[in-house]
Design a protein around this ligand. Structure first.
Ligand SMILES: C[S@@+](CC[C@H](N)C(=O)[O-])C[C@H]1O[C@@H](n2cnc3c(N)ncnc32)[C@H](O)[C@@H]1O
Length: 437
């Protein structure tokens, strides 16, 4: 039987997903690339995930940072059982999974966190739980701490609203569990499509086609909830800003690229001239047809002065990820179409990293980048985004047992402890996070 708690799906289990954009090493690197002080991930720190599901992100991070403490909070005990089993099998003692709603967790006063993160939660839960999530950030994020918030946004997700409305209204009338309700709902939508319902909205049809390829358990969490709601980034920024947090940029580094690389050609000049920050941010989402955002905030932002920025970013070490080519040219698939890195820049960076890890300061000395550290930042961000390059981590952890647990449980992920991340294995290798959550 299908079940919901305050409108959120509880009877079928959410699958395991990993997001490179949520790891501590990635978040600290993005903050530095954006010019802000960030927690040092080589030292002890505390990281909390709100709505951690089966805990995949936390498990990877815990395996890579044995000196740090990780806490996952979720209201679904079955999800946490999977996470705890994995932690035990992989011998991870630095991660705890707490069965709690956000409102109760906000009141529980754990030690402050240097990182708080939430993915696939904000756009799906009832207003009182969103308030609880913000209360956790308010009560528990340390000064200078980083907050990662993922949500569905306009205008890329606007077209999904009518599909979600049909799925949500139809579900209670279908016997069986939420996955079956979802499948029957998709069949109904397909019948409507065949009878011309979305004939004038090709965007809706494209969404439907994509949904028909997805795991029904995943979609049951995504679309059967009563409170699903895409939002405008600037509205979310206002709410988070009211807690004393500042927006640093996107953990999806594509969005931090210069407009020359991340906005379609004819719109670039308009964007450059837009003086109103909230309007500029909205226009960027419109130009990119963004469907989700991965926002990075800092409590009482700590912008780095020029010297401190040069020192902190300069000391950040980058390395090639497995499978990165040893030379260019490198064409990147981006949300606005293919972008090609100038061959001299791509080659210089890839060749240097093929020889081993290098700090930003060393890379900036390469003749191709001489006198243009800004170009290095842009190329690095493109390569980070494409999973060719990653910030490096002095290896302290051991991801082998967790990688083995993933393999035993059909999760195609390999932990890279010297990068503080995981990469997809086998057939999943070339598939970027194409799902909506
Ligand atoms: C879509 S899953 C996302 C899991 C994981 N963050 C990911 O992205 O793979 C959302 C999770 O939030 C949890 N959740 C929903 N509402 C909650 C609430 N009010 N308090 C705590 N957890 C909640 C659900 O149980 C579920 O595990």
């Amino acid at each position: 039987m299908a079940q919901r708690a305050d409108g959120y799906t509880t009877d079928v289990d959410y699958p395991a997903f990993f997001y490179k954009e949520m790891t501590p090493v990635w978040l600290a690197c993005v903050a530095r690339l954006q010019g802000f002080d960030a927690p040092d991930v080589a030292r002890p720190f505390r990281y909390g995930e709100l709505g951690c599901g089966v805990g995949t992100n936390l498990l990877v991070a815990a395996a890579c940072h044995p000196q740090a403490a990780f806490v996952g909070v979720d209201a679904n005990e079955r999800h946490l059982r999977v996470a705890r089993d994995a932690a035990q099998a992989a011998g991870l003692r630095n991660v705890a999974f707490v069965h709690s709603g956000f409102v109760a967790f906000a009141a529980s006063r754990p030690a402050p966190f240097d990182f708080l993160a939430t993915h696939g939660v904000w756009s799906w839960i009832a207003p009182q739980h969103r308030a609880g999530l913000l209360a956790c950030v308010q009560a528990q994020l340390a000064p200078g701490g980083l907050f990662y918030l993922h949500y569905m946004c306009h205008p890329g997700s606007t077209d999904l609203q009518e599909l979600q409305q049909v799925l949500n209204l139809f579900a209670p009338h279908v016997p069986g569990d939420s996955a079956r309700q979802l499948q029957m709902g998709l069949k109904l939508l397909r019948q409507l499509a065949e009878r011309g319902m979305f004939a004038d909205r090709p965007g809706v049809l494209r969404h439907l086609q994509v949904l028909e390829t997805k795991n029904p358990n995943h979609l049951a969490h995504e679309f059967l909830t009563d409170h699903w709601q895409p939002q405008h980034g600037v509205d979310v920024h206002r709410q988070v800003g009211a807690l004393g947090l500042d927006y640093l940029g996107s953990a999806d580094v594509f969005n931090n690229l210069d407009v020359a690389l991340s906005i379609p050609g004819q719109l670039q000049a308009v964007l450059r001239q837009t003086q109103i920050p909230a309007l500029a941010e909205t226009l960027k989402d419109m130009a990119r047809r963004s469907h989700q955002r991965m926002d990075l905030f800092q409590r009482a932002a700590r912008p780095l002065g020029q010297e401190a920025h040069a020192a902190q970013l300069g000391a950040t070490v980058f390395q090639a990820l497995p499978g990165a080519p040893a030379s260019g040219p490198v064409a990147f698939r981006t949300p606005i179409g293919p972008v090609e890195v100038p061959q001299a820049l791509g080659n210089a960076l890839l060749q240097r990293l093929a020889a081993g890890p290098a700090s930003f300061a060393e890379l900036a000395q390469l003749p191709a980048f001489a006198g243009q550290p800004g170009a290095l930042v842009q190329v690095l961000q493109l390569m980070l985004m494409q999973e060719l390059v990653h910030p490096a981590l002095a290896p302290a952890g051991n991801g082998q047992s967790l990688t083995q647990w993933f393999a035993r449980n059909g999760i195609a992920l390999r932990v890279l402890q010297d990068s503080g991340t995981a990469v997809r294995t086998g057939a999943a290798q070339h598939e970027r996070n194409s799902h909506a959550h």
